[in-house]
Design a protein around this ligand. Sequence first.
Ligand SMILES: *Cc1c(COP(=O)(O)O)cnc(C)c1O
Length: 471
Amino acid sequence: MSYPLEPSPEDMREMGEAALGFVVDFLRGLPDTPASDYDGAEEFRRGFREDVPLDGVRFEAALDTVRRATAKGVNTAGPGFLGYIPGGGLFAASLADLLANTINRFVNLWYTAPAAAQIEWNVVRWMCDLFGYPAEARGVLTSGGSMANFSAIVTARRALLPEDFLAGTMYVSDQAHASLSKAAALAGFPPRNVRIVPSSEDLHLDVDALRVAVEADRRDGLRPFLVVASAGTTNTGAVDPIAELLTFARVQGLWLHVDGAYGGFFQLTDRGRALFEGIGEADSITLDPHKGMFLPYGTGCLLVRDGARLREAHFVSQDYLQDLAPEAEVPNFAEYSPELSRDFRGLRVWLPLKLHGLEAFRGALDEKLDLARYLHDALTETPGLTLPWRPELTVVPFWLQPPGASPDETNALNRRLLERINASRRVFMSSTLVRGRFVIRPCIVVHRTHRDRIDEAIDVTRKAVADLTGS
Ligand SMILES: *Cc1c(COP(=O)(O)O)cnc(C)c1O
């Protein structure tokens, strides 16, 4: 028996209670759920193929499909997720999405939902305040860091280059996130306009190498316009020298964009603030609340210091929206973003901050910084492991270096080491290549990861090393 599109209050309550029951059980079971499970994943996936349902089913049956679908793959919500960066997902954000999707207000032009738009503007303004951005700063909540980097590049292009912009060149380090090259391509720049500047020995953007590249391009008649600093690289968590880059950018007339998708929210901590010195003067900053604020996937943010620049790059007038008021104290976010209709993301950021308070986030991020140092020290004491970079944030890169092994042998061995670690199913780590070397890179960003799980990660890693080296 299917439900009508407008279910009865009784049915809504029954479905809602069943969904809530699932959510609470799911979260309670997370610590004992495998960190990853790929056994038979292909066949498992095929079991979920289906034709479009012509008749509806009861909610319990649909919920059962969702419950079963959480098996297999990587458990990105759990405490053992030390893989890629975003994970976790705050319960408060789940509630916010239920509320936001129910009231379904349109916040992208303030006049249709003045108070909801104000709530979202509060959130953006709080993020501006975190970096000391002035009153004229503006920002938008995006679907993630990739879209924020995209709008940042478009904004810098519009602000500093003519309409015919193909002489423009931008500069990123060889450790920068791939979303920047992708964004450059989407913004109309062929790959040759994106200069990959070599990083220094410790994987920071090398300002001397940058200077050489910019000056050579100017001599060739090109127009350098943008440099990107990473406030925490995805590979190893290295923080580029923002203050130094700022001075360089000012002298050279370049836009300085800080990609803080991974690390930006560590600005809440004393250690992060010290590392990010100068960030408040940057022209734009990418943040990912779905990383550093532990929110579910789908929430990024771009802040632009001179907000008018962001609007100039995105505003197009629309006749059919003529009834809506021009922006007042609250920005019309649609005029600052590629998007028109979209979800009320602001509530997903606002509700967790309201329920937990900013201090809870500061404390959790500080804890993750401590855990990364703790993991680093423990692995450093493990014979055979090499950890050349002390974590600046919460990525702890390491590899097993057997004496006398060739680079290829070492890489193959580390691939096996990673497989063994992940076969524990208590933690899930991922790897990267740093200058051709296979590096395992546990990354601690899930709010549910605490000392006990890091102790397990240490045990699991040591046992895997012992198994592989026969020691
Ligand atoms: C994750 C990440 C991105 C991309 O963000 P998405 O939210 O995945 O689109 C960009 N830059 C850095 C440094 C990142 O860590």
